[in-house]
Design a protein around this ligand. Sequence first.
Ligand SMILES: *[C@@H]1O[C@H](CO)[C@@H](O)[C@H](O)[C@H]1NC(C)=O
Ligand SMILES: *[C@@H]1O[C@H](CO)[C@@H](O)[C@H](O)[C@H]1NC(C)=O
Ligand SMILES: *[C@@H]1O[C@H](CO)[C@@H](O)[C@H](O)[C@H]1NC(C)=O
Length: 339
Amino acid sequence: MDQDMWLAIIIIIIIIIIIIIIIIIIAQGMFGQHSQGHGGIIGVSCAAPGMGLDDPYIFSPDAEYVDLLLNPERYTGYKGPDAWKIWNSIYEENCFKPQNVKRPLASGRGVCVEKRAFYRLISGLHASINIHLSARYLLQDTWSEKRWGPNVTEFQQRFDEVLTRGEGPRRLKNLYFLYLIELRALSKVLPFFERPGFQLYTGNESQDAEMKHLLLEILHLAKSFPLHFDENSFFAGNKKEAAKLKEEFRLHFKNISKIMDCVGCFKCRLWGKLQTQGLGTALKILFSENLIEKIPESGPSYGFQLTRQEIVALFNAFGRVSTSVKELENFRNILKNMQ
Ligand SMILES: *[C@@H]1O[C@H](CO)[C@@H](O)[C@H](O)[C@H]1NC(C)=O
Ligand SMILES: *[C@@H]1O[C@H](CO)[C@@H](O)[C@H](O)[C@H]1NC(C)=O
Ligand SMILES: *[C@@H]1O[C@H](CO)[C@@H](O)[C@H](O)[C@H]1NC(C)=O
């Protein structure tokens, strides 16, 4: 009797040890993913420090390198209540939505213009991401073949004037607004990249110079594009107010970035964060216009700096938004031919 009991206890202990070992192995398998590739860095831990207008979060211990070329943005099937909750908290918790704008825009003081602009930029970002997801929809998913392409039904559900009760066209307008803001930032940041001291490091010296040449070409092209909105009403104002606003924007971006850290799907989080940081960098440029103009031809530019991560995010975000504008045109043509 006594011996039987001891035997049973020993067997139970052995079983518990085996279960613990299995759990440890599974946990390591789950957390060891996504460490492939090279390219942009993105902080992905839910508790990682947020990025913002000036945050040097590149030093985050939780940051991972991700090859953006191997991880294109496309339809992932991540939607439903979870995705809705994420965007809802981005709009609501950051309390920059129009209902909170107390004074009407026409009051002329311009105090609220920037906050409204902030809301429109986030809405434009949301629209841009949704256009991508509609344009790179997973049309066919069999074990032998995966095919991505435009899904007009998905696009209409998000942007059609009737189906969205008038919201769709407003979202698209905000997309164009976002595009113009980022384009403006590119044209303003030209002096920073034009300095002879600014160098790109591609890992191949002869390509470094070539890439810089191409980069400057793009920026000059952006500068040649005529002005399409009155930016004197933004980002200017008196110095003290502008500094306060800049700090406010920085905190909001930090919060949005933190919310994005909690997005469940890896690719959604990657592109969401990249585009948020790109927009944050664009705003940092527009807020620093005076500093950029004062950058000396040679020597370091102490007043204004961009980290490697900010530069990667800025150009990739602009790439995304301009692709959205192009894809929008494609959807327009498809819809025209369907009528
Ligand atoms: C950021 O989030 C925190 C906690 O959720 C909140 O207390 C704070 O007011 C938010 N800040 C801004 C600027 O929205
Ligand atoms: C397009 O999207 C809709 C939902 O928005 C879905 O019901 C439909 O199956 C999709 N079409 C294809 C070909 O996958
Ligand atoms: C560097 O780039 C040049 C021009 O693209 C190319 O011809 C050359 O092979 C590259 N060198 C190395 C080491 O990759």
